[in-house]
Design a protein around this ligand. Structure first.
Ligand SMILES: [Ca+2]
Ligand SMILES: [Ca+2]
Ligand SMILES: [Ca+2]
Length: 191
């Protein structure tokens, strides 16, 4: 019921209608609900974790003086990170990165239209492997990516992932360049 109620309120308060203008929606912090799963509200506000919002938990979303919505929505990088961190231990292990990289690459870049729609270079993921992430962003060299490392990959404003594929020096990419692109006379990787 909580989820249904939140969804109804999001639709009602944040859809242009006779009483709601596009400017109202832009000014209304609550209307970021359009971009978040309503479960996020429940997770953030359900202080005693019983799956319900009691009056005190509900009221904590609002300034008691002005009645303005004051809850902080989670940053999208946190949401994206959590989706990859399957065991929720706060680290993307190399196995989690590989799974997530492949999944998101397929989701974002499976059709030519998807690829054309993206202005960043993310869809080069199709010809590279997940280890470019570890190579470029694992600052403390522990083989996994923590949130602060992930934030360097991710641009929140545009919701894009920034990886410099051209700097990829993975074995696979290196071998490919050397052996297949004919950048050496021999056509194979010399020892
Ligand atoms: Ca509760
Ligand atoms: Ca993890
Ligand atoms: Ca690390």
């Amino acid at each position: 019921m909580v989820i249904t109620c939140l969804t109804l309120n999001c639709e009602r308060g944040c859809t242009v209608s006779d009483t709601v203008t596009a400017a109202d929606i832009a000014d209304n912090r609550w209307c970021e609900c359009l971009y978040h799963d309503p479960k996020v509200v429940l997770e953030l506000q359900d202080a005693n974790e019983d799956g319900y919002l009691y009056e005190d938990e509900f009221c904590a979303m609002f300034d008691q003086m002005t009645d303005e919505f004051i809850m902080d929505w989670p940053h999208s990088y946190q949401k994206n990170f959590d989706e990859c961190d399957e065991d929720r231990d706060g680290l993307m292990s190399s196995a989690e990165i590989e799974t997530c990289y492949d999944r998101v690459c397929v989701e974002d870049c499976s059709t030519a239209a998807d690829r054309d729609a993206r202005t960043d270079t993310w869809c080069e993921c199709r010809t590279s492997s997940y280890d470019v992430i570890i190579e470029q962003f694992d600052e403390n060299d522990d083989g996994s990516i923590e949130l602060s490392e992930f934030m360097r990959i991710y641009t929140e404003d545009t919701d894009t992932i920034n990886i410099n594929f051209s700097q990829a020096t993975t074995t696979r990419a290196y071998f490919y360049t050397e052996a297949v692109n004919g950048s050496t006379d021999t056509g194979y990787c010399a020892m």
